[in-house]
Design a protein around this ligand. Structure first.
Ligand code: ADP
Length: 548
């Protein structure tokens, strides 16, 4: 910019200089001419008066270094010339000024000299004796004058250009400096040239608008960050080149990265083939979805393109932790398979016994045993189906009506119901405790106590004991069922709450049970917001503590 201003000033200075020079020369030349003509006229009037009075001899006495005098007779014959011998001069009657003077008394003319670099001014007057006195003076032409003045003009032009250079440099730097010093962060506060005030005002307006828009954008981006940060799902936004624009907390954790991932290619964060294929497909506008295990959890990845006005502008990757639902799904599948198996075994036994009886292959003395077998398998089937129904009710998590119940009453009832089977197994069962009124679903609470006590009897040793204790403190009701039975080996303790899990599968028929009892207990306790604890030593006994 400095250079441009500098160049413009120089060009303007030179043009102005040349124009002024030519105008001034013309004016001066004109003035010069007029003053010469006036001078000539004055000198002619004086000299003509002298010649009128003193005759032609007067001319000879005059100094002819400045002016040239010529005396011409009325017929054009040159009588005297102060510069040339008059006898050698041609007739002057055709000279314009002479002709005018003879006719009207005075005449004047200007003629170029033969060299073309000079002009001659002529003034003539008719004397009293009828002759014509002419006075003339030569002067340079404009061109010659300029040529004559050329060295001086060059010096002046050089000085002028140098001065213009210095001035234009100072001026252009001054202009640029003041532009450089403009505070564009606060355009309205500048004390600048009047000419740039409209630009500054516009700038100020635009700045305010940009600030407002920036604030709105920041607010939106903050809101977006807050929302995505609190999401459990991972969310990654990529631009159309696959570069990360935004990655939320959950996604950073999942891909093992941090804030430095923003601005990097997503491939540098996750190189797995399926993911890069999905991103590529999304950029082509296709939706992708796949499941993959990451950090011990199962994730569902949904990859889609983001678009604006029909064009792909990026990709959005949504990562959902589906470990729990996948686990539940797996459990459901396993459960169905187990249920089929568990139902099939007693049914096959029933069908087998029935077929033998039908075909008369059973000895009469064994008939009772076979019928008894059918009955016990059928009973087992019924209790299995009952357990499945209970479990599926608990699984559905449907709200059951809560009421105020005394857990002591329920426990007492269970102990009474089970006392016969305890006696049969020669197991002593005792209840110790106090009334514990709590809010709960009677049916589920009964299941909890029943299954725990039933297990404590079934997995007991002959002559063993079961102690049921019921206490309460300020906040909780505590149910404790201890037995002196066979106990559960440590490696099985974490699994006994799983559906159909049995420690000793080979003896399950003898001990009865469906493998669902503790599952029902676990679910029913969870339904009441309680906790369950298992302490067991193989061969010594088991204590299950439930805290509501
Ligand atoms: P089941 O109907 O087979 O008793 P449960 O879910 O109630 O099924 O129990 C699962 C397994 O845990 C049982 O098969 C048994 O091996 C073990 N178990 C449960 N309670 C006791 C206990 N009090 N003493 C020893 N083993 C137990």
């Amino acid at each position: 910019m400095t250079k441009k201003i500098f160049r413009s000033i120089i060009v303007v200075a030179i043009v102005v200089l040349l124009i002024s020079f030519f105008i001034a020369s013309n004016f001066l030349f004109d003035y010069y001419n007029k003053s010469h003509v006036a001078q000539l006229k004055e000198a002619l009037s004086l000299v003509s008066a002298g010649v009128n009075e003193n005759g032609t001899e007067y001319l000879e006495k005059l100094d002819s270094s400045i002016f040239r005098f010529t005396l011409v007779d009325a017929d054009g014959t040159v009588l005297y010339d102060s510069l040339v011998d008059a006898s050698e001069m041609e007739n002057h009657l055709d000279r314009e000024e002479i002709a005018q003077a003879l006719e009207s008394g005075s005449g004047s003319s200007v003629r170029k000299s033969s060299t073309l670099t000079e002009r001659t001014f002529y003034e003539a007057v008719r004397l009293e004796n009828g002759k014509v006195l002419r006075i003339s003076m030569s002067q340079m032409t404009v061109g010659a004058l300029i040529l004559d003045m050329l060295p001086a003009v060059i010096v002046i032009a050089f000085i002028s250009i140098v001065v213009a250079l210095v001035l234009s440099h100072t001026m252009s730097s001054g202009i640029v400096k003041s532009l450089d010093n403009l505070d564009l962060d606060h355009p309205a506060e500048n004390d600048a040239y009047e000419e740039i005030t409209p630009i500054l005002t516009k700038l100020d307006k635009q700045r305010k608008q940009i600030n407002r828009q920036m604030q709105e954008l920041k607010q939106k981006s903050d809101e977006f960050k807050q929302i995505t940060a609190s999401m459990n799902e991972g969310l990654v936004l990529l631009d159309k080149n696959g570069v990360i624009i935004s990655i939320n907390k959950a996604a950073k954790k999942l891909f093992g990265t941090d804030d430095s991932a923003v601005g990097r290619d997503f491939l540098t964060v996750d190189r797995r083939t399926e993911m890069s294929h999905a991103v590529e497909k999304a950029l082509e506008g296709k939706h992708s979805e796949f499941r993959e295990e990451r950090n011990g959890s199962e994730y569902r990845f949904i990859i889609n393109r983001t678009e604006s006005e029909g064009k792909t502008v990026g990709v959005v990757i949504l990562c959902l932790d589906v470990t729990e639902s996948a686990y539940a799904e797996r459990n459901r599948r396993e459960f169905t398979a187990n249920v089929s198996h568990e139902l099939k075994t007693p049914l096959q036994s029933i069908i087998g016994s029935a077929e033998l009886l039908e075909n008369g292959l059973v000895k009469p003395e064994d008939t009772k045993r076979f019928v008894g077998n059918i009955k016990s398998e059928a009973t087992r089937l019924v209790s299995l189906i009952n357990d499945i129904i209970r479990l599926s009710q608990l699984d559905e998590n449907s709200e059951s009506a809560s009421e105020s119940v005394d857990l002591y009453d329920i426990t007492k009832e269970v102990v009474e119901v089970l006392s016969a089977s305890a006696a049969k197994k020669r197991v002593r069962i005792s209840l110790d405790g106090e009334p514990c009124v709590m809010n709960g679903v009677r049916r589920y609470l009964y299941e909890i106590v029943y299954n725990l006590c039933d297990n404590a009897i079934r997995y007991n040793k002959e002559g063993g004991s079961v102690t049921v204790g019921l206490n309460k403190n300020a906040d909780n009701v505590i149910l404790k069922v201890s037995d002196t039975g066979i106990g559960i080996p440590v490696e099985h303790q974490s699994r006994v709450f799983e559906r159909f899990y049995r420690v000793d599968k080979s003896h399950s028929k003898e001990t009865g049970g469906t493998g669902l009892g503790l599952s029902i207990v676990k679910h029913a306790v969870a339904y009441h917001g309680g906790s369950i604890k298992l302490d067991s030593t193989a061969g010594e006994g088991t204590t299950v503590t439930v805290e509501f």
